[in-house]
Design a protein around this ligand. Structure first.
Ligand code: ATP
Ligand code: MG
Length: 256
C-alpha cells in the first residue's frame, strides 16, 4: 500500500429511512486513502458511492463504523475538506471568479486577496479570461473545471470528488482526466474519486476499490502499478488490459 494513512473508513454501515422503510446502503465498508494517494471507488449506480463520500466528509453519520482522519476519530464531524458533490453546485447568480473565491472567503481571506488568488489559478484550470462569466455562459467542461478549481482552493490534503466528469462527452472527459492528473501531481494532495467508469478508474488511480450492488460492500481492492506520469497511451498496454479484465470479471460477478 502506498503512502501513510490519511483517511480510513473502518467497518462502516449506513442506511436511510424512506418513510417507515429502512434502506440499507452500506454494509461493513472499510477503505484507506494514503497521504498523496489517488484512490478510486468504482461501482454500479445506487451502490452507495456518494454516501461513502458524504460519510468521509463528515456530512453524514454512519449507523456503525468509524471515520479516522490523520489518526483522529472524526465520525460525523463536518470539517474542512475539499468535497465536490455529484452536481457541480456553482451558484448561478455568481460569476466563475466569485464562485471560486467562496472557500477562501469562508476561510477568512479578504476579498482582494481571494480575488487575486483566483485570478492566479484561472490559467492552470484553462479558464483564463472567463472569471467574469456566469455558469450559464460556460460549457459543461468549463463548469466542471470551475467546480474543481473551487474544490482545490479549499486548503486540504484530501479531495473527495464525486463523478466530476460523468456528464461530459468522451473526448472532453479524456482530456480532463489527463489534466486532473497533472493538477494532482502539482497539488500533492490525496484524492478519493468516485466513478462508474472502469477505464477512468484504472487510468487515474494508484488503487481502485470496487463496491457491490446495494447494500454496498467492498468486493475488490486492486493496486494499479502503472508508471507515472501516465501518458494517455498507457490505456493500450497489456498491463492496463489485465487490470480491466480483473475489474470486468468482478463486475460480471455482480450481474453486469
Ligand atoms: N438522502 C437520502 N434519503 C434516502 N435515500 C437515499 C438518500 N441518499 C441516497 N439514498 C439512497 O441510497 C442508495 C445509494 O445512494 P448513493 O447516492 O450513495 O449511490 P451512488 O452509488 O452514488 O449512485 P450513483 O452512481 O447513481 O450516483 C440509493 O438507493 C438512494 O436511493
Ligand atoms: Mg452518486
Amino acid at each position: 500500500m502506498t503512502g501513510t494513512g490519511l483517511l480510513e473508513l473502518k467497518e462502516v454501515s449506513s442506511s436511510y429511512y424512506s418513510g417507515e422503510t429502512l434502506l440499507p446502503v452500506l454494509d461493513n465498508v472499510s477503505l484507506k486513502v494514503g497521504e498523496g494517494e489517488f484512490v478510486s471507488l468504482l461501482g454500479p449506480s445506487g451502490s452507495g458511492k456518494s454516501t461513502v463520500l458524504k460519510i468521509a466528509a463528515g456530512l453524514l453519520e454512519p449507523d456503525r463504523g468509524r471515520v479516522i482522519y490523520r489518526g483522529r476519530d472524526v465520525t460525523g464531524e463536518p470539517r474542512r475538506v475539499g468535497y465536490m458533490p455529484q452536481q457541480d453546485m456553482l451558484f448561478p447568480w455568481k460569476t466563475l471568479a466569485q464562485n471560486a473565491a467562496l472557500p477562501l472567503l469562508c476561510a477568512g481571506s479578504g476579498k482582494r486577496d481571494a480575488a487575486a488568488r483566483v485570478e492566479e489559478m484561472l490559467p492552470l484550470f484553462g479558464l483564463e479570461g472567463f472569471g467574469d462569466y456566469y455558469p450559464y455562459q460556460l460549457s459543461g467542461g468549463m463548469r466542471q473545471r470551475s467546480a474543481l478549481m473551487r474544490t482545490m482552493l479549499i486548503e486540504s490534503n484530501l479531495w473527495l470528488l464525486d463523478e466530476p466528469f460523468a456528464a461530459l462527452d468522451a473526448l472532453t472527459r479524456e482530456n480532463l482526466q489527463g489534466w486532473l492528473l497533472r493538477i494532482w501531481e502539482r497539488f500533492k494532495g490525496a484524492v478519493l474519486f468516485v466513478t462508474h467508469s472502469i477505464d477512468e478508474a484504472i487510468y487515474l488511480s494508484d488503487r481502485v476499490y470496487m463496491i457491490s450492488n446495494r447494500p454496498g460492500r467492498i468486493i475488490l481492492e486492486e493496486v494499479i502499478n502503472l508508471p507515472r506520469p501516465r501518458p494517455r497511451q498507457v490505456i493500450t498496454t497489456a498491463q492496463f488490459a489485465g487490470y480491466k479484465e480483473t475489474l470486468l470479471r468482478t463486475l460480471a460477478g455482480e450481474g453486469y
